[in-house]
Ligand binder design. Structure first.
Ligand code: SAH
Length: 455
């Protein structure tokens, strides 16, 4: 076994880039030793400087590109790569879509599963799409700033145009920043767990244009609260809800447990597939509204629902998949762990006059076992889990209920492949092809829909 790396820190090397990792880093090899390099693409020949050497790999930085990839496009702004806001901004959009398709294929191949993956469904304007921003507020050179962290660091790079966010949200952040400056609010200090204002969260309904502002504070007390609220309301007429979320802990978790409505309503409303949705501060809501409609339409079509069908929607959030399905199916059961989201889901059923739905707050793995033990016989089960995928026990409960189909909406191809293997071992085969839908242009995130049929 090799113990000495063939490269040395701070030395420069001329290398060919042979691959792109799932994190969007170019890969060069020297004597089989991999070096990962930001802003480098396959087929390129570059001069790079080694910046970090580990036992089995190293990191490098591009010094000069001798030969460019035909898939390379101009950087919009270097800071979007440095912060990780848009780690694929140097890759042509068509190539990003292919990168994501290929990623799914690769993750299945690693488990010796051969699958067909359809071309990724992309978007026409693959930027300014996000309906939600979570922006840290920190002191930079003595001034309150909003921006994003340099990757793997605690340095905030001030940013006003976030490129992938709804520009109305960017404008709102700048206005709120200026109001916070005016009232001399103290930005959060991670080192001492001091200061007041940690983050600003803004959400804006793509169709409704209703805006929610969440001020995440360390302290219960928000100095100049009335003035700040009045100024935000005046400066941003779209704001329908201002919430203070209190997060006193020294933690990387964004939000704390306590919410206080400072002005307006507790929720904002938006529309998806013609249905209305109430969304509260702590609820999950897909961030790319244009692509979400495509994703859900596809999931619903692939579910092939009929009027007699019983459906389970696991990880249902505020009911954005459950409710369109309830319009077609006989009855839909949803489970979700965030209690506020379940409250939203129940209200959303009422707002849309759908009474053939049941929402339960709890862990999907527990509730699925319970439904199975209670003798529920769903025809279709939809799962839309977070990145860690499904628990093996949940897959067992699903299989025991013997649905005709399982529709799996995944945001992580690695766990999708792992779970697909378990499904296939238990009699559920993939109805090819897997269909990726690009929910996160310019980033490395891969979202897809897979259908499993009972054999
Ligand atoms: N289908 C919804 C939400 C998908 S995101 C939509 O598209 O909007 C995943 C959801 O799973 C989140 O709402 C999250 O709160 C929830 N969740 C995470 N872990 C869970 C678990 N163990 N059991 C149930 N829900 C969970």
């Amino acid at each position: 076994m090799k113990t000495i790396a063939p490269v040395t820190k701070n030395e420069t090397y001329t290398v060919d880039i042979s691959d792109l990792t799932y994190q969007g880093l170019g890969v060069a090899k020297i004597d089989d030793f991999p070096i990962f390099i930001e802003d480098a693409l396959p087929t390129e020949n570059i001069v790079m400087k080694v910046i970090k050497v580990k036992k089995n790999f190293a990191f490098g930085r591009v010094i000069k590109i001798n030969q460019k990839s035909p898939d390379r496009v101009e950087l919009v702004d270097k800071s979007y790569t440095q912060t990780g806001i848009a780690p694929l901004q140097h890759l042509k959009y068509d190539a990003q879509l292919e990168f994501k398709r290929h990623q799914i294929e690769e993750d299945f191949k690693k488990l010796k599963l051969d699958v067909e993956v359809a071309p990724t469904i992309g978007m026409q304007k693959p930027y300014q799409y996000r309906n939600k921003a979570q922006i840290p507020v920190r002191l930079v050179n003595g001034e309150l700033q909003t921006g994003f962290y340099r990757k793997h660091s605690h340095d905030l790079i001030p940013i006003e145009d976030f490129y992938i966010q709804d520009p109305k949200i960017d404008q709102a952040i700048v206005l709120i920043r200026d109001i916070l400056r005016k009232y001399r609010l103290k930005p959060y200090d991670e080192r001492t767990n001091g200061g007041v204002i940690r983050n600003i969260m803004v959400r804006r309904g793509h169709y409704s244009h209703q805006m929610m502002v969440v001020l995440i504070t360390r302290t219960e007390k928000l100095p100049s609260r009335q003035e700040i609220v009045a100024e935000i309301t005046k400066a941003l007429p779209e704001v329908k809800s201002i919430v203070q979320n209190i997060n006193p802990k020294k933690t990387n978790a964004l939000m704390g447990k306590e919410n206080k409505v400072l002005a307006g309503q507790e929720t904002i409303e938006d529309t998806l597939l013609g249905l209305k949705f109430d969304i509260s501060a702590n609820s999950f809501y897909q961030v790319n509204p244009i692509q979400t409609e495509k994703l859900y339409e596809l999931a619903i079509k692939k579910a092939e629902l009929s009027a007699d069908d019983i459906v389970i929607d696991a990880y249902c959030g505020i009911g954005t998949i459950s409710l369109p399905m309830a319009k077609v199916a006989k009855r839909v059961y949803g489970v979700e762990v965030v209690a506020e989201a379940v409250e939203d889901a129940k209200r959303n059923a009422q707002i849309n006059h759908l009474d053939n739905v049941d929402f339960v707050a709890g862990y999907a793995e527990d509730q699925m076992a319970k439904w199975q033990a209670d003798g529920l016989k769903p025809d279709v089960i939809v799962v839309d889990p977070p990145r860690k995928g499904l628990a093996a026990s949940l897959i067992e409960s699903v299989v025991k209920m013997q649905p005709k189909r399982v529709v799996y909406v995944s945001c992580n191809p690695a766990t999708l492949a792992r779970d697909a293997k378990l499904f296939s071992e238990q009699g559920y085969q993939i109805n090819q092809p897997i269909q990726p839908v690009d929910q996160f242009p310019q980033t490395v995130h891969v979202e897809s829909v897979t259908v499993f049929n009972q054999q």
